[in-house]
Design a protein around this ligand. Sequence first.
Ligand SMILES: O=C(O)c1ccccc1NCC(=O)[C@H](O)[C@H](O)COP(=O)(O)O
Length: 203
Amino acid sequence: MKLKFCGLTRKQDILAANAARPDYVGFVFADSRRRVTEEQAARLRAQLAPGIQAVGVFVNDEPERIAALVNAGVIDLVQLHGGENRAYLDRLRGMTGAQVLYAVRVGAYADIERVKDYPVEFLLLDASIKGVCGGSGHTFDWSLIGAVEKPYFLAGGLNESNLPLALRTGAYALDLSSGIETDSVKDETKMRRVAALVRGEQP
Ligand SMILES: O=C(O)c1ccccc1NCC(=O)[C@H](O)[C@H](O)COP(=O)(O)O
């Protein structure tokens, strides 16, 4: 199973990720305590080990800005967290061929069903918390997931304790942010332990 660490903001977060070797790291460009500027993201990306892909996280942002970040090599994939509509996705598709992760805040199976034909490569199933777009640290009821045709990233409140159960869902990848933090900053030890668990190694 693949692994994504989201919301990296500091050079030491990148160095910790390079050591833990997730498949993806996420840079949040949306309004958030984890937000990075384009310049910060470019600097962080430059220090990221080859083979780890960078995902840009956006909430209803300008497709032109997203495409420019892809074209500049700052991000490889695009994660959309704002319930962006089909017209938006078509516009973005016209500007970049980057793979898209489409976040679904799951309160019922119907939330997943509603977006099943969207032109995106991956779904990202996250908790539905009022007023919060993502990075909430809350889990949702995974029994709601049911049959999902697209590969999906499982997100929302994952941490070392619930990882064994998360590994038994049909997820393509596990996505963590709050669960690899201590006092709201990324924690190198948690990253290392989570990566070991996902690989079936002794943490
Ligand atoms: O992290 C944020 O602050 C954030 C803000 C706005 C949109 C998305 C955001 N984060 C996305 C993620 O970190 C993850 O993909 C996911 O939501 C998991 O977060 P967590 O529950 O903290 O593990």
